[in-house]
Design a protein around this ligand. Sequence first.
Ligand SMILES: [Zn+2]
Ligand SMILES: [Zn+2]
Length: 158
Amino acid sequence: MDAVLTGGCQCGAIRYALGAMPEGTSICHCRMCQKAVGGPFAVYAPVRMRDFAWTRGTPPAFRSSTAAERHFCPACGTPLTFRYFHKDWIDVSIGSLDQPERVTPQRHVGNEGRIPWMVGAVLEALPVSSTTDSPTLQGLVSYQHPDHDTPAGWAPGA
Ligand SMILES: [Zn+2]
Ligand SMILES: [Zn+2]
């Protein structure tokens, strides 16, 4: 399989590759996705199982219902996938992609769980800053895996 997109967890213990561009990426507001990613919503990008491969490590999955499971990194906790047992598709969390900007959401789902402030007008009205604006973060050393594949044996801080 030739990798079209790659991704993995924050610590680099788990890496994966996609052999095709995702189809039908969704922003899901449901309570299960909120819990699974620890955020106000999840954005999952689906590919067929044949277009998905773990390339470093094999993560555990939490069975969040009778219908589905969600893989996560046991070392750093990054939410990685969502998968319905009855479908031949697996969704990756777009934040775990090396280039999340290459995937654009197509729709909102799970709208019953949407947090009231998760609407454009409210979000657009908030003040904005960048991480690089913060003087306390000057000189920090990142232990996050870089946004590309690395040789076997790569370790945080090495
Ligand atoms: Zn990890
Ligand atoms: Zn959901």
